[in-house]
Design a protein around this ligand. Structure first.
Ligand code: 13P
Length: 435
């Protein structure tokens, strides 16, 4: 620091430098505000009653002059030398912009997500279905087939990995993260610890994994993950789901999403209402709507930025064992109607799970939804089984079948890419994939 009495020139230089710094920061703020304002005005016109933006980004009211000038920012300028708050504010703005950019890339037109994050128990089941033992090497070899499929990046924007998988390498020694990045595919990570029986609520589940999550997120970010996933499970049955189960899962999802955004990962929020059971499509609609209402309420309360997240919902379907099965068109219309009621337009995209549908059904439903008018979000996929079933069937654990398995994966991804534009047709099932 320069003393004004003993070093007037140095003191003047410091003041000038500080003034210039503030002016630069101010002009960045104004620039961001000017770019954001028209976008936000357009968005706010479309927002539903549930879509009040979160206070986190300073848009907590619908005043037309809403922009990122916040009290915190102005106070920082007035507070002599409080440059740290100033810089912290800038960092938050930049982090939010980065989250939004990743979220948008994940739902880029024609692309969707591969969920390859099966936990140890689930992957064991999948491999067992083709009589392959679930050793670490078999799991690695299987995932390598998926991640190194040539040109997969044309249809796949991101891959969700499991803790073991994000640390594994291809046979030629590249980390899976690097192999995916070379295909322009964004690596993501499952961060929940699984759905466990909920105490005092027979037949219902609560997802665990909040303990130590902040530290796990930091490690995964360092390993190269750019987005994350947390799955909550809601079961339909006699007298379930209960409000307690729905709200407890919604609260955990919101806490997870807030931690992710703080740790620079885009959260994929997945509240899955299972299709297992004899329920009608109307019941599935009602439970899905109630669940999503609770989830978006919790996200709002936890100040999660809606622009910097993605929703991974179930489609609205007839229960697997319901004698009356809804048609493709009915499923598409019910799903979009339900989403429009509760999902704010500020969310950049919905990436549906397949949830036990066949691969072809999942593609047909996505296709029919994308043919409907006035969709406020990108409607995409984040399929596990519906992308992998044909790959497992072709591979059968035999190295000689790798090329065939990769072809099956490329073909399935291509069909779903077409469905993103509403341009999928049944004859594509037997056609050769073309970009
Ligand atoms: P399915 O598409 O097989 O339902 O898997 C998606 C997923 O990631 C479940 O968490």
């Amino acid at each position: 620091m320069h003393d004004r009495a003993t070093d007037p020139i140095g003191a003047a230089t410091s003041v000038t430098a500080a003034t210039i710094e503030i002016m630069i920061l101010l002009s960045i703020e104004v620039g961001i505000a000017q770019v954001r304002l028209p976008v936000e005005e357009k968005r706010s016109a479309r927002l539903s009653s549930h879509s009040r933006a979160s206070p986190r980004d300073g848009y907590d009211t619908f005043t037309p002059c809403a922009h990122p000038f916040r009290w915190q920012f102005l106070q920082a300028i007035c507070n002599k030398g409080d440059y740290n708050s100033l810089l912290k504010h800038q960092k938050t703005v930049m982090k939010d912009d980065n989250l939004q950019s990743i979220a948008k890339k994940l739902v880029a037109p024609g692309k969707g997500i591969l969920a390859a994050d099966e936990s140890s128990g689930t992957i064991e089941k999948r491999l067992k279905s083709i009589s392959v033992p679930s050793t670490e090497e078999n799991r690695r070899a299987y995932r390598e087939i998926l991640f190194t499929t040539k040109d997969a990046g044309e249809f796949i924007s991101g891959v969700i990995l499991f803790d073991e998988t994000i640390r594994q390498k291809t046979r030629d020694g590249r980390t899976f993260v690097k192999a995916l990045e070379e295909q322009r595919i964004i690596p993501g990570i499952k961060v929940d610890k699984g759905a466990k029986a909920m105490a005092n609520f027979p037949g219902e589940k609560i997802t665990e994994g909040l303990d130590g999550l902040r530290e796990r997120i930091a490690e995964y970010r360092q390993l190269g993950a750019r987005f994350a996933k947390w799955r909550a499970v809601i079961t339909i049955g006699d007298n379930i789901p209960t409000r307690t189960c729905i709200d407890a899962n919604a609260e955990a999802l919101a806490r997870y999403a807030a931690l992710c955004q703080g740790g620079d990962l885009v959260p994929i929020v997945e509240p899955e209402v299972l299709m297992d059971g004899t329920h009608t499509i109307e019941r599935h609609f009602q439970v899905t709507q109630e669940t999503l209402e609770s989830v978006f309420h919790a996200l709002y309360e936890h100040r999660v930025s809606l622009e910097g997240m993605l929703l991974k919902p179930n489609m609205v379907l007839s229960g697997k064992d319901c004698p009356q099965q809804a048609s493709v068109q009915e499923v598409a219309e019910a799903t979009v109607r339900c989403m429009k009621r509760v999902v704010p337009a500020a969310v950049p995209g919905l990436v549906f799970l397949s949830g036990g549908q066949t691969d072809q059904q999942a593609t047909e439903h996505l296709n029919a939804m994308n043919q409907l008018p006035d969709l406020p979000w990108q409607l995409s996929f984040s399929y596990g089984r519906a992308l992998q079933a044909p790959v497992l069937k072709a591979w059968k654990g035999n190295q000689a079948n790798v090329a065939k398995a990769q072809q099956a994966f490329h073909h399935r991804a291509w069909c779903n890419s077409k469905a993103r534009f509403g341009k999928y047709t049944e004859d594509m099932e037997t056609a050769k994939a073309a970009a």
